[in-house]
Design a protein around this ligand. Structure first.
Ligand code: UD1
Length: 343
């Protein structure tokens, strides 16, 4: 198959490219080399078209003979402030609409879309007495008092986290999340209008070699790893009990390969996760121990808008895509502790 891969030079895109090529697929690679992701003046890797997905005229000739588009290009992170909104809207959403229009023009009927667990906004929660509940945002008074768990809106009891399936409501809480939900919705509308197929891969917390260093847009794995490299002690917010699913970048690449090769039709979303939940304190402690560094500091501080727990169910991706993560985060983090970061 001939696969047009956007964002091919990125942390995830470059591993997706390797997985596709390793499986014998022909890859047409493109990347616009955004300075926020690659650093200023970074060169595109060999055989990579320096093309912006928003540029229809540049995109059209590259779609010639393509069977599947694998769309990894995006502005990432959570957004620092409202001034970032046009960048998310333009690169992620307008870019996706241009891509879909050009795919339609070229008669291409399949898209694999890099989405994110941030589309859910928060995890799933149960109250011991009231069953499944939709928690209210945590109050400042609770957070200041070190009460970090969500409470039942009926009885106030602390809630228990549960695995999130793909049919949970989409409740974006950041600019990035809003742009990922919009991408999914444009792709869904495209699939329905054209009869094309879309596989939306909702990545959980991705980590692995050549992850970009700590920036204002980085997730916690890059932050802890950069702190350790600088001789600083990782700072764990809240009580460290926040639960996440850390998925290795090579597993994310394997999920993309499975999606590219999948015969599924219509629009379908998939959690891409390891299926082995881990707490933030465990991530920090693991990284510190392996590097022989002092243990992490649990600060008790909190960031407004942080999600307490978001942990995915890997079941749907296993059943429908045949994707099961190979790397246990406890092994992957051991490797990540010394793996090179992107400069
Ligand atoms: C992150 C990304 C999100 C991405 C998702 C999946 C950010 C800001 N968020 O969401 O865009 O789609 O992963 O890959 O990039 N923490 C600490 N110490 C720190 C930093 C963070 O304890 O120095 C804690 C936070 O309080 C939070 C947890 O670590 O509880 C995860 O933080 P982070 O990785 O920033 O956000 P996610 O919600 O997991």
């Amino acid at each position: 198959m001939r696969v047009l891969l956007t964002g091919a030079a990125g942390f995830i895109g470059s591993r997706v490219r390797a997985a596709l090529e390793g499986a014998g697929q022909e890859v047409v690679a493109l990347d616009v080399m955004l300075p926020a992701a690659h650093g200023r003046g970074a060169q595109a890797p060999a055989e990579t078209h320096l093309v912006d997905v928003r540029d229809a005229a540049a995109l059209a000739p590259l779609l010639d003979g393509v069977d599947v588009v694998c769309h990894q290009a995006a502005v990432v992170g959570a957004g620092v402030n409202a001034a970032d909104a046009p960048s998310y809207g333009s690169h992620n959403d307008y870019g996706t609409t241009v891509l879909l229009a050009e795919m339609f023009a070229a008669g291409i009927d399949k898209l694999v879309l890099a989405s994110s667990m941030v589309v859910y906004g928060q995890g799933r929660f149960d109250c011991p007495d009231h069953g499944r509940v939709d928690p209210l945002p945590r109050t400042r008074a609770d957070l200041d008092a070190g009460e970090f768990e969500h409470r039942c809106p009926t009885c106030g009891a602390p809630l228990q986290w549960r695995l999130v399936g793909e049919d949970e409501p989409l409740r974006p809480r950041s600019l990035y999340a809003a742009s990922k939900v919009a991408q999914e919705h444009y792709a869904l509308a495209w699939a329905e209008a054209t009869g094309g197929s879309v596989l939306a891969l909702r990545y959980h917390n991705v980590y692995g070699p050549h992850m970009p260093r700590d920036t204002p847009y980085s997730g916690v794995a890059a932050i802890f790893r950069s702190e350790l490299e600088n001789g600083d002690v990782p700072r764990v917010f809240e009580d460290g009990g926040q639960m996440r699913d850390f998925v290795h970048v090579d597993d994310v690449a394997a999920a993309n390969l499975a999606a590219v090769e999948s015969p599924l039709t219509g629009f379908e979303a998939f959690n891409v996760c390891s299926g082995r939940p881990i707490s933030i304190i465990e991530v920090a402690t693991e990284l510190c121990e392996i590097r022989g560094a002092a243990p992490p500091v649990v600060t008790g501080q909190y960031r407004s808008g942080d999600v307490r727990h978001i942990v995915a169910s890997p079941k749907h991706a296993a059943e429908r895509l045949g994707f099961r993560a190979a790397v246990d985060p406890r092994d992957g983090l051991r490797e990540f502790a010394f793996a090179p970061l992107r400069t």
